[in-house]
Design a protein around this ligand. Structure first.
Ligand SMILES: Cc1cc2nc3c(=O)[nH]c(=O)nc-3n(C[C@H](O)[C@H](O)[C@H](O)COP(=O)(O)O)c2cc1C
Length: 184
């Protein structure tokens, strides 16, 4: 079950660099796209950055809606993630095509992905020049949740449960080990 995460540690959801699925809306239609290039920018206030090519359907959706959700898929969804990244939402409704479940968000109008092991609800920052010049999207994190069995105040790979997924390039993904090097 996902549990609310305090906003000052929400950046830890993406700190290890998991592949995420960004969801938003364009003319009422759901958009969802894998994004590997993202990072925390600030923990207080909580701000993140994502590099999204301006030709992608998700870019148009985020610009139109002004908000989006960063969904962290479990490693079992690797094949779905690959498929979501091989077709554009401009041509097909990816939620319907791949049988994905949309959930209502707490603080934004964009839908969340059912089955995600963590989510960040985000509101677009008014940094249009940066977005236009570099395709770099800056956003405030306004609400966060994570699967409580594997995220407390950080990801807990030493616990049994779902795993985050990393993209190594092309069709190759990687699941991190459960080894912890330094404990508190
Ligand atoms: C694992 C993975 C990671 C990706 N990361 C990014 C990324 O960080 N930025 C980006 O612009 N595109 C990225 N892409 C490419 C888009 O996801 C892909 O072109 C997608 O089909 C665009 O869909 P859309 O037009 O519906 O938004 C990635 C694709 C995959 C499979």
């Amino acid at each position: 079950m996902r549990k609310k995460v305090p906003l000052d540690i929400a950046y830890r959801i993406i700190q290890p660099g998991p592949t995420v699925l960004v969801s938003s809306l364009y003319n009422e239609r759901c958009a969802i796209t894998p994004i590997a290039w993202h990072m925390p920018v600030s923990d207080d206030p909580p701000i993140i950055a994502l590099e999204i090519y301006h030709g992608h359907f998700i870019y148009k959706a985020v610009m139109q809606t002004g908000d989006f959700v960063v969904n962290v898929p479990p490693s079992e969804m690797a094949e779905t993630v690959r498929k979501l990244g091989s077709v554009s939402g401009a041509k097909v409704d990816k939620f319907t095509e791949l049988g994905l479940v949309r959930e209502k968000s707490e603080k934004v109008s964009s839908p969340r992905l059912g089955g995600a092991i963590a989510i960040l609800e985000c509101k677009l920052r008014n940094e249009k020049a940066i977005a236009k010049k570099y395709d770099l999207i800056l956003a405030d994190v306004v609400y966060a949740e994570a699967e409580e069995s594997v995220f407390t105040d950080r990801w807990m790979p030493e616990n049994p449960g779902p795993r985050i997924l990393h993209h190594l390039g092309g069709k190759i993904f990687y699941v991190p080990s459960n080894e912890i090097i330094t404990k508190k």
